[in-house]
Design a protein around this ligand. Structure first.
Ligand code: NAD
Length: 429
């Protein structure tokens, strides 16, 4: 599709910054306009295919039954079976799940893997629940979604609050429901039961690969570059570790317990060892000084990597960002209202749907291996994933130059163009 419109910086949209669905849609609208997307394709791609809401009665350890609300949103299956994680968190809501599902569609299209997008979530507080309660909840959710999930239909994966343990329960419960072993119904499984080598670090690794690619475009040397990483879970800790290994100075890190700063650089191996020994939290880590968490993303570093939650870069803190580069490990960390401020400041942003797509790429490899009944070596996984990430970065960067648009909008242009073109070939009613 040819471009019909010149990109215009949208006015800041004060007041809607906390809704990730609105943030996603405002970028979608800009990209659709640049592409000259026809009305039919626009309507088809805008709305999710399917939204399932379930209420799950689960026996808690105290003998009382608690009814949990859960969601699965399948945004789109034009490119293939839908793919997307399951989030356990007290703040999960339908709009958030809808936005996350759409981001999965765009993400898979950006890295050119044959998946559509979906996302799931359950309103719960996983850190306060026992293993037994979590297992009963996960199995109940799986049974309620047995007609949604499927190795060629909709393939869940971990997201915040879930991991290999929950994926193993889902695989087991789904397999029982369909009467056969269905390894490929879910990715992010433990290694012994069909998980892929390299999946755990895949998202953080993709963040590292895209960060290095962006530094090269900016003419910056890794060993002369400082970074602050928000979030020290799967994505943040692996991104920190791999950037640290590449010689970047990680001056600041944070998690839910607070933020930590060391002007001379934090030893990330020590920080990870400390976190692993202290219930997954950095609280009390002595390799850095505690700092005000609200200052982390506006601290004096060259690169910031938000790798925790949505809407942490807003019109309020964006004017104070000192970094030259933002690499989005989290989904939706920048609200739409912050985009024009960041662009005006000339900060390069590697957007979420590109920067954190290493995870879904290796999830795809896991699914392929399950379907092949074969296991790839770690080198095979990382070489292929790194190549996909590097190619996707170059494609998006080239589109951003071609239309003179920020990389975020360029990533949406690449993704929407691919899905819309495929939709045209497949046709409709
Ligand atoms: P996680 O649960 O492993 O870690 C989340 C981290 O963020 C924890 O360290 C937590 O303490 C911290 N945190 C939570 N709220 C915070 C706050 N307000 N300030 C600072 N830190 C805070 O989750 P994850 O898998 O690392 O996911 C992080 C983000 O990356 C999410 O947006 C997720 O959707 C996205 N993502 C994850 C993957 C993946 O493969 N895990 C893939 C793509 C995108």
């Amino acid at each position: 599709m040819a471009a019909t419109t010149v990109y215009k910086e949208p006015a800041p949209q004060v007041g809607n910054t906390e809704n990730p669905l609105e943030s996603m849609m405002s970028r979608f609208n800009i990209a659709a306009e640049i592409l000259g997307l026809d009305d039919t394709s626009y309507e088809v791609l805008k709305a999710p295919d399917k939204q399932v809401i379930v209420h799950l009665p689960v026996m808690m350890d105290d003998g009382k039954v608690h009814v949990f609300e859960g969601y699965r949103v399948v945004h789109n299956t034009i490119l293939g079976p839908s793919k997307g994680g399951i989030r356990y968190d007290k703040n999960v809501n339908l709009d958030e799940v809808k936005a996350l599902a759409a981001w999965m569609t765009w993400k898979c299209a950006v890295v050119d893997i044959p998946y559509g997008g979906a996302k799931g979530g359950i309103i719960c507080e996983p850190t306060t629940m026992s293993v037994g309660e979590l297992e009963r909840l996960t199995r109940a959710y799986t049974v309620s979604m047995k007609d949604v999930f499927g190795p060629d239909r909709d393939i869940p994966a971990p997201d915040m609050g879930t991991g290999p343990r929950e994926m193993a329960w889902i695989m087991d419960e789904f397999s029982k429901a369909v009467g056969q072993t269905a390894s490929a119904v879910v990715t992010g499984k433990p290694l012994v039961m069909g998980g892929s080598l390299g999946r755990t670090e895949a998202t953080g690794r993709g963040v590292m690969v895209s960060c290095l690619a962006a530094l090269a475009k900016l003419g910056m040397k890794p060993e002369e570059t400082s970074v602050a990483v928000q979030g020290f879970g799967n994505v943040g800790s692996w991104a920190s570790k791999l950037l640290f290994d590449k010689g970047l100075k990680v001056k600041g890190v944070s998690d839910i317990s607070g933020a930590y700063w060391n002007e001379n650089g934090i030893n990330i191996d020590e920080a990870i060892a400390y976190k692993n020994a202290h219930s997954g939290r950095l609280e009390g880590f002595e390799g850095a000084e505690p700092m005000d968490p609200t200052k982390l993303l506006i601290s004096a570093v060259d690169v910031i990597v938000p790798a925790a939650v949505e809407d942490v870069i807003t019109e309020h803190n964006a004017p104070h960002i000192q970094a030259k580069l933002i690499v989005e490990g989290a989904n939706g960390p920048t609200s739409a209202s912050a985009d024009p401020i960041i662009n005006e400041k000339g900060i390069l942003v590697v957007p979420d749907i590109l920067a954190n797509s290493g995870g879904v790429t290796v999830s795809y490899f896991e699914w392929v291996q399950n379907k092949q009944g074969f296991k790839w070596s770690l080198d095979m996984v990382t070489d292929r994933a790194d190549r996909i990430m590097a190619d996707a970065f170059e494609k998006v960067y080239a589109v951003s130059l071609k239309y003179n648009i920020p990389m975020r909008i360029a990533a949406y242009v690449v993704a929407i163009d691919k899905v819309a073109q495929t939709y045209k070939y497949r046709g409709g009613y």
